[in-house]
Write a protein of this length. Sequence first.
Length: 309
Amino acid sequence: MSDAPILITGGAGFIGSHLVDALLAQGHAVRVLDNLSTGKRSNLPLDNPRLTLLEGDVADAALVARAMQGCRAVAHLAAVASVQASVDDPVATHQSNFVGTLNVCEAMRTQGVKRVLFASSAAVYGNNGEGAAIDEDTAKAPLTPYAVDKLASEQYLDFYRRQHGLEPAVFRFFNIFGPRQDPSSPYSGVISIFTERAQAGLPITVFGDGEQTRDFVYVGDLVHVLLQALELPTLAVGPVNVGLSRATSLNQLLALIRQVTGSLPEVSYGAARAGDIKHSRANNLRLLERFAFAEPTPMAEGLARLLGR
Ligand code: NAD
Ligand code: UD1
């Protein structure tokens, strides 16, 4: 095994820290670049000598170049993950969500690093799914600055592939959930917010009628795919949806949380969020073709793990 580290931008965050754990468990050296805006030191096993944390911003090109030195591959996960945050402050989120990607591409080009995993999003499809399973060729309709930046990042990665021989593995994550997804902000992922509030007995607000659907994936199932993408000798070109092709409405999610916790606090329904997608469900045939994907973790089991039951 090469001793050259794998760089994980956003490695102190929810998904990133699970990838860090899995890579360290396999004996790899890992370098994390994170500005700790939503990520936390406590998500990382900092006493592991094979792990280094560089605290800083992916919008800082010189720092990204320094972080890239001597690495053998990159997982570029750093971004403001909240769609709503991008609607509220497009200029600030663009620095992280787009300029950061460009800086990663440039640092890879100048330092001859080839393999990069990229955390794109189902948000690039906007409402084009209309409830049907969305495949990767579905027309793109980015409805928010977040989605525009993810789509533009994908296109830049493809430019660097064609022009400079980068090997991007672009994944369009659907809705990932599990332990360490930070529930503390209203911008956080819905499952982390609902489960935390359910445990604390605090009221829950649903934006809209609760009939919007998402394709929820347990974080451990995603990490299995990311590990393979780092090691495969060759990667087929083109983005890959990471979803289970299963739609769960927020109302169904609340019923599941009630089932796992035994009770539910007061639930109220407010206005839908601007730019919110109604239905999002993956066609995941490409994922199943290209990667080994074992039976996914059932939602109730993922929720139970998240709730520590
Ligand atoms: P997260 O907020 O827990 O992780 C993002 C990490 O990036 C955090 O540690 C944060 O501190 C760091 N970060 C943010 N801006 C940065 C910057 N400018 N410089 C350096 N570090 C920065 O969120 P997550 O859910 O783990 O998301 C990881 C990636 O996956 C993101 O790119 C997100 O857009 C993408 N994604 C997530 C989901 C999901 O359902 N969670 C779905 C689709 C795509
Ligand atoms: C999520 C991810 C985004 C990713 C996308 C891919 C987060 C924070 N967002 O966006 O990074 O690209 O999936 O599909 O991880 N809601 C409520 N009440 C709440 C919070 C949310 O009703 O308190 C609703 C929202 O309006 C939305 C649904 O729950 O309809 C899901 O919201 P959220 O978890 O923020 O995810 P997405 O917007 O789908």
